[in-house]
Design a binder for this molecule. Structure first.
Ligand SMILES: [Mn+2]
Length: 413
């Protein structure tokens, strides 16, 4: 029989003790379950539960109608959002959880290139702006991918519900910051979408977003409209810095990341530029945009690009759009440090990936099939909360993930 430490029980009570599952006994069971999960966050559910009776009880709990993803994780999101005055980063990202095609779990959607079954999980992880402190998840949303219609025009596409709306939905779920608090949503290329900026504004939140299309049209300070790449060419160099890049093997294309050839380690010389611009209101509008006033949104752009990359190497380049004013190299530098924090959400999601074998462990076949099915979205919710501590340990013990190797070694302006 494994023992659950007092510390884990205190934590579990704080995070899950106020979950409204319409029966206090269910909440108590959930608290006990979460404490066990926390003691072995990397294990599968059968490994985390002390014995078969407790494991069966866990699956029975998950099978209840009232026990939903939101009901379990909601109080934790709420706790995360209660912050003292200051600036916090909200790192948003989507990951896929694949439960395998052979398990035949009904209600799941296609994952990967269509070869898996599972769902998309979009998470908002709240971290310190000037520290590596992790406060927890501020909101999450699950989406089951549906087949997209084969023949449709832009108008039809904008009318139906789209996967890209996940960003805005989670921004709305995280909501407006409390008095004296500033939230900066830090998002990757998947979020470079006018609707995302509108959601941030509606929630009185700031953003840093990596640009997808260099060719996107922008309105420059003198009022002319041009391609973003053209505008970047006109900006003066504000400063330079060196970046140590690790060697890496060949990487296949994944998500919105392109295929990469193997590269030896190198020191990249980077130039930093910044400027003001406006992103024009789209000509093709979704029903959501039609409700808003059709004015452009003023932002700043920070451009970092490697000069003289070695032959055959893809130059390092980041183009970031932000609502935060950038008037100096120091301001641009701060925006870069915000974007560099994204490795935290990537590690968080990689952790879910390991959970692919949630129900392996050899014993899951003993459990009634329905229970396993119902538990699908719930187990990751519980695991996610245990994850916060694991991540804090990574930070404390200085376990450096690949992305953090991109630390600047010197800067000048
Ligand atoms: Mn992403």
């Amino acid at each position: 029989m494994m023992t659950v430490s007092m510390d884990a029980q205190v934590w579990a009570k704080e995070q899950f003790g106020s979950c409204d599952l319409k029966d206090q006994r269910r909440t108590n069971r959930l608290v006990g379950l979460a404490a066990s999960v926390l003691c072995n966050p990397a294990g599968s559910l059968p490994e985390q539960m002390a014995d078969m009776a407790i494991l069966r009880a866990a699956y029975r709990l998950f099978a209840r109608d009232r026990v939903t993803f939101e009901a379990i994780a909601g109080p934790h999101w709420e706790l995360t959002r209660q912050r003292a005055p200051g600036t916090y980063l909200v790192l948003d990202d989507t990951t896929e959880l694949d439960f395998g095609i052979r398990r035949g779990i009904p209600g799941m959607g296609k994952t990967g290139n269509g070869g898996g079954l599972g769902f998309l999980l979009h998470s908002a992880l709240m971290v310190g702006a000037d520290s590596e402190e992790i406060f927890g998840l501020a909101g999450q949303k699950i989406r089951y991918r549906k087949p997209t219609p084969k023949k449709e025009n832009t108008t039809q596409r904008l009318k139906r519900d789209r996967e890209s709306e996940l960003w805005g939905q989670v921004i709305d779920l995280v909501g407006q910051p409390p008095e004296g608090v500033r939230w900066v949503h830090v998002m990757d290329r998947g979020a470079d979408n006018f609707e995302v900026y509108c959601h941030c504004r509606e929630q009185q939140s700031d953003w840093v977003v990596r640009v997808t299309q260099k060719t996107r049209k922008v309105i420059v300070p003198d009022g002319t409209t041009m391609a973003l790449s053209k505008y970047l060419d006109t900006l003066p160099v504000a400063g330079t810095y060196d970046l140590q890049l690790r060697a890496h093997g060949p990487q296949p294309a994944r998500g919105h990341q392109k295929k990469r050839e193997a590269q030896p380690a190198r020191t990249a010389k980077l130039e930093v530029r910044f400027g003001r611009l406006q992103v024009p209101f789209p000509t093709q509008q979704s029903p959501y945009l039609k409700r808003l006033s059709s004015v452009p949104i003023a932002m700043w752009v920070v451009h970092v690009v490697e000069v003289d990359p070695p032959k055959g190497a893809e130059p390092v380049e980041w183009i970031l759009l932000t609502s935060l004013p950038v008037d100096s190299f120091e301001d641009a530098w701060r925006i870069l440090t915000y974007y560099e924090k994204r490795w935290l959400i990537e590690v968080c999601h990689a952790d879910y990936g390991e959970k692919d074998n949630l129900y392996r462990g050899g014993r899951w076949a003993y459990i009634s099939r329905t229970c396993v099915i119902e538990a699908g979205p719930l187990v990751p919710a519980v695991q996610a909360l245990g994850f916060r501590r694991k991540l804090m340990r990574y930070v404390r013990e200085d376990v450096v993930p690949p992305r953090a190797q991109r630390e600047p070694i010197s800067a000048s302006c």
